[in-house]
Design a protein around this ligand. Structure first.
Ligand SMILES: Cc1cc2nc3c(=O)[nH]c(=O)nc-3n(C[C@H](O)[C@H](O)[C@H](O)COP(=O)(O)OP(=O)(O)OC[C@H]3O[C@@H](n4cnc5c(N)ncnc54)[C@H](O)[C@@H]3O)c2cc1C
Length: 485
């Protein structure tokens, strides 16, 4: 007799034996969450709480599929780069946060909603991926977005991204190494290139990273006898006519003013034409050498969405109703599938029904409503009048611009700058971080940062932990074509 689930690792019964789809269907409702980022993890947390009794009785099973074993809280990455927060404290280990859910460290490769199944590859570093078939009854689509790259000459060789913890730590070490290099070299051209930092894209990632690193570098140069803050050149390049497109125009204009006051060279309506040979060429005709080029030019919806049979809008996001159900061909809810976060085109009632901007505020608020609506649909069906529509509260936006500097808007429309904005910004993110353990750790980092002077040492060698050991063997002989393998 063929093994259940076509011989692939799949769903198991409550006592651990693999089971046929139909048997499981009778006893357990399987909720599959694709993506364990802000929206996916928050949905799982709310469902875990709201369906606790049904989960314990085995009536419902929640599986979160995420390639990393943790959630990365992106809004605090800039503070990781500045050294204000320990890198481990901005990630939330999923298995600890979701003890009543199954967490699968895998990447979903395809979703066939008509057949109610997803295909995934289990991720084991350095090994061939293990294919998995994941049947489900209810699907939550939350794979977020990815960086939008462009075919700019030299970008792939010399640019770096800023969306992971590794990139944040790597950029911090790189910036500090450039100060060391500038201090040590006698070549004026090399010195200038080392002290020029270019960020392309003025969204959250670009503005936050530049502002925090500029602040850190300004502090760090106090320790150098021959590098002054005025020697550092920070350039922010943005293709559109404003920065922070995800935020209100008022907050964006205010942030722009603050950056320019600090001497940041912000170039609007300008694009990067080339970075070949570490020489930055911009569309306004300027050319200069820069050893640091950070690419943060926007995001596009996760490419996974193209490998699904779900309806997408022109930008490639899943089309959703205000209830966060995916829209079917008849304009009504497609049964059993929901979406939230950056990947979802959810109408924003404050923007005449245009899709919500891709930001963490929407991702968390949508996740909370989605979990509530899934619980209602489980009780009363997918067209229940009890399903609520997504109505985000007034935007509570803020941007950190370094230690004790930020700009923020209050929910009542007030505008804050400086320390008060900075405290408000920190309080908001502390409240949003989806783990009490992480909240305490981040708070402790901030308290320690206030008590002691800033830590500005580069630990770039951590990125090559074997180099010292390998150096002990001396230079490696060149391998000829006939050398034994
Ligand atoms: C550097 C940076 C700074 C930011 N700062 C702010 C800020 O200050 N304020 C703000 O509001 N927003 C900010 N944002 C935006 C905010 O982080 C996102 O809008 C938010 O994370 C969206 O949540 P999400 O769950 O949709 O996506 P994510 O949080 O990105 O989660 C998506 C998850 O899906 C996983 N995934 C992807 N593909 C697959 C697959 N095929 N199978 C399974 N899992 C998959 C990913 O690994 C990821 O963990 C920032 C973003 C960045 C990058």
């Amino acid at each position: 007799m063929p093994p259940p689930n076509g011989g692939r690792p799949g769903l198991r019964d409550r006592d651990g034996t693999p089971c046929e789809r139909d048997t499981v269907r009778r006893c357990t409702i399987r909720i599959l969450i694709a993506g364990g980022g802000c929206a996916g993890t928050a949905t799982a947390l709310h469902l875990q709480r709201g369906l606790r009794d049904r989960l314990r009785r085995g009536e419902v099973e929640i599986t979160v599929v995420e390639p990393q074993a943790y959630l990365t809280y992106h809004p605090l990455l800039a503070e990781v780069a500045a050294g204000s927060i320990d890198p481990r404290h901005v990630v939330v280990p999923l298995r600890r946060a979701l003890p009543d859910c199954r967490v699968l460290t895998a990447r979903i490769t395809r979703i066939e909603h008509a057949a109610r199944r997803a295909l995934a590859d289990a991720a084991a570093p350095g090994e061939a991926p293990t294919p998995l078939e994941l049947p489900y009854d209810i699907l939550v689509v939350a794979p977020g977005s990815v960086s939008r790259t462009a075919p700019v000459p030299g970008l792939a060789e010399h640019g770096r991204g800023f969306s992971t913890v590794a990139e944040a730590v790597g950029l911090r070490n790189h910036v500090l190494e450039q100060l060391d290099l500038a201090s040590a070299t006698r070549d004026p051209a090399l010195r200038q290139s080392a002290l020029t930092f270019v960020f392309v894209g003025a969204g959250y990632a670009g503005v936050g990273a530049l502002a925090e690193l500029e602040d850190m570098a300004r502090y760090a140069v106090r320790g150098y006898h021959n590098v002054a803050p005025e020697d550092l050149r920070w350039v922010l390049v943005e293709a559109t006519d404003r920065i922070l497109a995800e935020e209100s125009p008022e907050l964006a204009a205010h942030t722009l003013g603050q950056l320019r006051e600090r001497g940041v060279d912000v170039r609007l309506r300008t694009t990067l034409e080339s970075a070949a040979g570490q020489v930055v060429a911009l569309s306004d005709g300027s050319r200069f050498a820069a050893r640091t080029l950070v690419w943060t030019a926007g995001v596009r919806p996760s490419p996974l969405l193209r490998d699904t049979d779900l309806p997408l809008d022109t930008a490639g996001r899943v089309r959703c109703l205000p209830t966060l159900q995916v829209v079917g061909p008849d304009g009504r809810a497609l049964p059993g599938v929901w979406a939230a976060g950056d990947c979802a085109a959810v109408p924003d009632p404050h923007a005449d029904g245009a899709p919500c901007a891709p930001n963490a505020q929407h991702a968390f608020a949508q996740a909370e409503l989605l979990a509530r609506n899934v619980a209602v649909a489980l009780e009363s069906g997918p067209h229940s009048p009890g399903l609520a529509a997504y109505r985000p509260g007034p935007a509570a936006c803020s941007t950190s611009l370094g230690l004790r500097r930020a700009v923020a808007h209050t929910r009542r429309g007030g505008r804050l700058t400086g320390r008060r904005a900075w405290w408000l910004h920190r309080a908001r993110h502390l409240r949003r971080l989806p783990s009490a353990d992480r909240r305490v750790r981040v708070l402790m980092d901030w308290v320690l940062g206030g008590l002691f002077s800033r830590e500005v040492v580069s630990l770039g060698t951590l990125e090559h932990p074997r180099s010292e050991f390998e150096a002990g063997f001396g230079p490696r002989p060149e391998r000829g074509p006939d050398a034994p393998a």
